[in-house]
Design a protein around this ligand. Structure first.
Ligand code: C2E
Ligand code: MG
Ligand code: MG
Length: 751
């Protein structure tokens, strides 16, 4: 038994209600008793008129009607019942005489469900009533499920059709199928008129497909685009199976049509999402690799060269960190748009679509895509010489020249481009990508904003760098960074007036100098956590010295300009010093002149805020940058550090002392302190002193040393003494150009 019939049976009333209509009182009585005994509930009516009255008050499950009655006979009564609303489908059993064929036909014509020969075989009658009740229930269910099916088909925008071959054949569509094509339920449509709804360009291919299927009587499954009468475009999926007559001859097709526009659009969207970058709309890594592989296959087959350009934005991280991710995203979108203009770019090419989109040429694979982050790739599926790729690289670099307006301000971006060419620089996509990366890195290390074609001698450098970067990442986690301190000496008072913290990396038993890792840290953004660490560590050290030596000066921390661009730099410094309970003024910040000038606009707000909380700013390597002196008057800075290069030449070239004199005069007129860096000899010290610079730093006094080695100087700070060497032309024990090895501590003993 199918579930539907179980339902139907279960839904039968336990005691069905029967309306029995008979003009014969005796029969009425006997039949009533007999059926009651068999579990029916009975209502009796002795005429057709009476029956119709009864029906106005209540509805029985089944009606038993005597055919022959005075007044309204059974047939007329039956017709009247069928005309009553709600009684169209109630089972009606007509009681006729034996062999009364005419009555039987009339009974059906009047709308009776069935007939029964009037007799006293009550069990048979009861059985027939049960059967009729069940049949009617089943029919009801069937109708309900048909309605449900129609509704479901409607919802699924689906309908069925039949198509018969031959003269009397043609197309027969269900009302749901008609609705799929935008027609009402009673329309009759020919196959030809349906085909006319398919746009001309696609129609021919579809007709060929239909013909082919019909000729071979094969299953048909296809999508067809159509234009509805109201102009809307839809995609209709047709799924049809061939049907055969009893002789095995192809008779036609039966199948369904379904409007799959939404689904196809969703599928397209999914495919697009899987292959294209959501932000820029450019092909993503997966799609790029797919295209590169296709291009590579073609290049191999047709024996030509193909180029892969790896484009990495310079300093994108800075923009992201300072202006926020929203602005960073905007910038990437704009960069994507500009890059796209540099190559012939097609969005249409995707897996499986190369052929179907009619793009048989490998040139269709040309593209620019986003590999991730700020890395883009341009694919040139056919190049005849390096110069072709170089030209595109040039275009890419040029495309970045115009400023990009994001986050309410103008940004200047540049890119570093690495190029690898098949087959010379690699025969797989992985190799080409890696070597383009090596070339790109070589550009980065040589000042960025340029392009380079891979060459094998670059490989080692790139790899070293990569290793270094990985190790540097771990250095922070493993606490391998240390700060060394170099005292700043007031030579007149012969005492330390502060110190500069200089970072070292303790790597495998060796100390790596900052010049070997700071530039890389700046490139990768690692400089941010590293500098934050340096700030915390310096604050902690000052606190320790305050406790042990009543140290009352400040420690200068070198900060990359990238830190100055952070909007939370001030809060960060505040947290560092308050965590160890020292005042803000104990931290001084050094920013190199070059860095300051490059990022002037971004840095100024931070400088002011730092100044307000008492953190002093010192301009490092002063004199080497291209600063206009005018800006110095407007910046809240406290100190200039004369670059080592001028100090080195002091007493050797007259220009150097002229520069130093000018810097000192400038500082004085602006009320800034001045510190000389890199003082290695007594002569340098004396000249500086004579020129009016009293505070110095250099190997003459002390190399940068671990904090515990600074003790001599720290003890000195509480016992200020006059420096007897001042004023003497040549101190007796040291030659005028005493090398750095003399060291601060020895010098102290000497004085
Ligand atoms: P800088 O800030 O100009 O530091 C002074 C550099 O000169 C230090 O080199 C120091 O060791 C060296 N020096 C000091 N006295 C003499 C001398 O008499 N003769 C010679 N020849 N050199 C002397 P170092 O420690 O190698 O640092 C190099 C640069 O690295 C620093 O230049 C600074 O710009 C940067 N740096 C160091 N530590 C940090 C840091 O924690 N963060 C950042 N962002 N940069 C740092
Ligand atoms: Mg410095
Ligand atoms: Mg310096």
């Amino acid at each position: 038994m199918t579930p539907a019939s179980t339902d139907a049976f279960d839904a039968l009333p336990a005691q069905p209600q029967v309306l029995l209509v008979d003009d014969d009182e005796v029969n009425l009585l006997l039949t009533g008793i007999a059926l009651r005994e068999r579990g029916f509930r009975m209502t009796e009516a002795s005429s057709g008129e009476r029956a119709l009255e009864v029906l106005r008050a209540h509805a029985p499950d089944i009606i038993v009607l005597d055919a022959i009655m005075p007044g309204l006979d059974g047939f007329a009564t039956c017709r009247a019942i069928r005309a009553l609303p709600g009684f169209e489908n109630v089972p009606v059993l007509m009681l006729t005489g034996l062999d009364d064929d005419a009555s039987i036909t009339r009974a059906y014509q009047a709308g009776a469900t069935d007939f029964f020969v009037k007799a006293t075989q009550w069990s048979l009658l009861a059985g027939r009533l049960h059967y009729l009740l069940r049949a009617s229930q089943t029919r009801l269910e069937l109708e309900r499920s048909k309605a449900k099916l129609a509704r479901a088909q409607d919802l699924a925008r689906m309908g069925s059709f039949d198509w018969r071959r031959g003269e009397h054949g043609g197309l027969l569509m269900s009302s749901e199928a008609l609705r799929v094509f935008g027609f009402g339920p009673h329309e009759r449509l020919s196959l030809r008129s349906l085909l006319r709804m398919v746009p001309r360009d696609e129609r021919r291919a579809l007709m060929r497909q239909l013909h082919d299927a019909a000729r071979s009587s094969s299953v048909l499954a296809t999508d067809a685009p159509i234009v509805l009468l109201d102009g809307r475009q839809r995609i209709i999926h047709v799924d049809a199976e061939p049907e055969f007559d009893e002789h095995g001859q192809a008779a036609g097709y039966t199948g369904i049509v379904q409007d799959v526009t939404d689904r196809r659009q969703a599928e397209d969207k999914i495919r697009h999402l899987a292959n294209f970058d959501a932000l820029t709309g450019l092909p993503n890594r997966r799609q790029l690799i797919w295209r590169a592989e296709r291009a590579l296959e073609q290049a191999r087959r047709l024996e030509h060269q193909f180029a892969l350009l790896l484009i990495d934005l310079d300093r994108f991280k800075v923009i992201n960190d300072t202006l926020g991710h929203g602005a960073g995203d905007e910038l990437l979108v704009e960069v994507g748009r500009r890059l796209r203009a540099c190559v012939r770019h097609s969005d249409q090419v995707m897996e499986g679509t190369l052929e179907s989109a009619g793009m048989r040429s490998h040139r269709a694979l040309e593209a620019v895509g986003r590999l991730g982050g700020d890395e883009f790739v341009a694919l040139l599926p056919e190049v005849s010489a390096d110069a072709d790729a170089e030209r595109v690289a040039e275009r890419v670099l040029e495309a970045m020249h115009e400023p990009i307006f994001v986050g309410g301000q103008e940004c200047f971006v540049s890119a570093s481009v690495g190029v690898a060419i098949y087959p010379r620089d690699g025969t797989t996509v992985v190799d080409l990508l890696r070597n383009a990366d090596v070339a790109m890195y070589s550009v980065k290390s040589q000042g960025k904003n340029a392009a380079a074609i891979y060459s094998p001698h670059l490989a080692g450098r790139g790899r070293d760098k990569l290793e270094l970067e990985t190790a540097l990442h771990k250095a922070i986690e493993r606490d391998e960074l240390v700060l060394h301190y170099q005292p700043k000496i007031d030579v007149r008072a012969a005492r330390m007036v502060g110190a500069e913290a200089l970072m070292r990396w303790r790597r495998g038993g060796k100390l790596v100098p900052p010049s070997d890792f700071i530039p890389l840290a700046e490139d990768t953004g690692l400089i941010v956590p590293m500098s934050e660490w340096a700030l915390r560590e310096a604050a902690r050290q000052v606190h320790a010295w305050q406790q042990a030596f009543a140290f009352d000066d400040s420690v200068a921390v070198n900060l990359s300009s990238r830190l100055f661009e952070r909007s939370d730099l001030v809060e960060h410094i505040h947290r560092c010093v308050t965590a160890v309970n020292v005042p803000h003024r104990v931290i001084q910040l050094e920013i190199t002149e070059n860095n300051l000038m490059k990022e002037l606009q971004n840095v100024i707000p931070s400088l002011h805020r730092l100044n307000e909380i008492g953190v002093e700013i010192s301009i490092d390597d002063f004199g080497t940058g291209y600063s206009s002196l005018a800006y110095l008057t407007t910046l809240p800075i406290s100190e200039l550090k004369i670059d080592r290069s001028f100090v080195r030449e002091l007493g050797i070239t007259p220009q150097s002392s002229a520069v130093v004199t000018a810097i000192i005069a400038l500082a004085r007129s602006l009320g800034l302190r001045v510190v000389a860096e890199g003082v290695e000899t007594l002569r340098q010290m004396e000249v500086l002193h004579r020129l009016g610079c009293g505070v110095m730093q250099g190997f003459l006094f002390s190399r940068p040393v671990p904090p515990e080695e600074l003790q001599t100087w720290l003890e000195q700070t509480v016992l200020p003494r006059k420096a007897p060497w001042i004023g003497r032309a040549t101190p007796n024990e040291l030659p005028p150009d005493a090398p750095a090895a003399a060291g601060g501590a020895r010098l102290l003993r000497f004085v």
